[in-house]
Design a protein around this ligand. Structure first.
Ligand code: NAD
Ligand code: UDP
Ligand code: UDP
Length: 343
């Protein structure tokens, strides 16, 4: 180790990780890149509640201060406006590296920036982890499987990815981020964890981020037709955000590198999803078909046997249970009541 991290009063992230969640006696110093975003802000809530000190690093490309401002008065919370493509010096025990736009609309907006975030951003955070001896967790994606030829997807599947397509900045970017993560692990002994996250939804998603659940919910609330792309028979598996956050924390605290699929195996066609939204919001909500986007994966469903066996994790909240929790948050924001959850 080049640097002895400041651990006075902190339990080392590298001390075996065998202490169950919530039973740690000392708090950790944790960086969450992308912590002002949808998933990151929920993770920050859990870490702060557990008693840790959290530094959020975010450039606010898709994240919002509103997602974390309920922590502003907490001395254990810090927010840094910073782009992970630039180097960053901090002293911490753990790094949850989430910074990267996740919605196809956002990541295709500036594809070169997306790939720089995934490659240079991840390199910088791994360099930081190496320098201070911190444990590093990468939030990779089910998109590393591309348009999968194996169903459901197991972690050992290498994927079917177009290297020159419009989604490549994201899925090839994440594949390279995984490669970098493993090379820092093998080459520099950095303690790493890799999560492959499947489609996740919940409160605080950007309302108009173009992802299917946020689109359908906002459209149904505004009495606009739900836009189904293609024939609507393509499938996705939707996970509620609290299940994901639990999985990420178990992965970080556990002793396995991964990669681990973190997702809800409940698989729905887009037409079935539209039906669940109708049942939850408005039985009269209409559907409108639109041409599909390029390279859209036909199906996606995680095999979560590995996470069940090694992390003791599985999702608890079904789409029918989770959607109403997202709808009440969206209702407040769509109808102009700007009171944010938690403030
Ligand atoms: P999000 O867009 O809400 O959050 C991403 C956050 O990263 C935002 O706050 C954004 O401002 C920040 N960010 C983006 N580029 C940055 C940069 N260069 N420097 C600093 N900050 C930057 O997305 P999310 O859904 O919360 O996703 C979080 C992570 O999980 C991402 O890495 C994403 O690839 C991964 N993931 C999410 C899903 C999902 O369904 N939500 C699925 C698979 C993987
Ligand atoms: N880095 C960083 N913060 C640190 C240490 C490194 O942002 O605390 C960046 C550094 O600028 C470099 C990258 O991480 O671009 C990789 O660092 P590493 O030390 O692994 O490689 P090197 O600097 O030798 O190329
Ligand atoms: N989709 C849709 N209507 C929308 C947005 C998306 O039918 O308004 C479809 C999209 O074509 C894809 C699926 O929903 O098949 C999931 O898209 P999303 O952008 O949410 O995530 P992805 O899994 O593609 O990253």
């Amino acid at each position: 180790k080049y640097y002895e991290p400041l651990r006075v009063g902190f339990q080392s992230a590298n001390s075996g990780g065998k202490i169950p969640l919530g039973l740690k006696s000392k708090s950790l110093r944790i960086v969450v890149t992308g912590g002002a975003g949808f998933v990151g802000s929920h993770l920050v809530d859990r870490l702060i509640a557990r008693g840790d000190s959290v530094i959020v690093v975010d450039n606010f490309f898709t994240g919002r201060k509103e997602n974390v401002m309920h922590h502003f008065k907490n001395p254990r919370f810090e927010l840094i406006r910073h782009d992970v493509v630039e180097p960053l010096l901090l002293e911490v025990d753990q790094i949850y590296h989430l910074a990267c736009p996740a919605s196809p609309v956002h990541y295709k907006h500036n594809p070169v920036k997306t790939i720089k975030t995934n490659v240079v951003g991840t390199l910088n955070m791994l360099g930081l982890a190496k320098r201070v001896g911190a444990r590093f967790l990468l939030t990779s994606t089910s998109e590393v499987y591309g348009d999968p030829l194996q169903h459901p997807q197991v972690e050992t599947y290498w994927g079917n990815v177009n290297p020159i397509g419009v989604r490549s900045c994201y899925d090839e970017g994440k594949r390279t981020a995984e490669t970098l993560t493993m090379d820092y692990h093998r080459g520099a002994g950095v303690e790493v964890r890799i999560a492959r996250i499947f489609n996740t939804y919940g409160p605080r998603m950007c309302i108009d981020d173009g992802r299917v659940v946020s689109n359908f919910v906002a459209q149904a609330l505004r009495k606009e037709p739900m836009t189904v792309y293609g024939d609507g028979k393509q499938t996705r598996s939707f996970q509620f955000v609290s299940d994901l956050v639990e999985g990420l924390m178990r992965l970080m605290e556990g002793e396995h590198v991964g990669p681990f699929n973190l997702g809800n195996p409940g698989e729905f066609t887009m037409l079935e999803l539209a039906q669940v939204v109708q049942e939850t919001i408005d039985p009269n909500a209409r559907i409108e078909f639109r041409p599909n986007t390029e390279d859209d994966p036909h199906k996606r469903k995680p095999d979560i046997t590995k996470a069940k066996d090694l992390l003791g994790w599985e999702p608890k909240i079904s789409l029918h249970q989770g959607l109403p929790m997202m709808v009440s948050d969206f209702r407040q924001r769509v109808f102009g009541d700007h009171k944010e959850e938690g403030t």
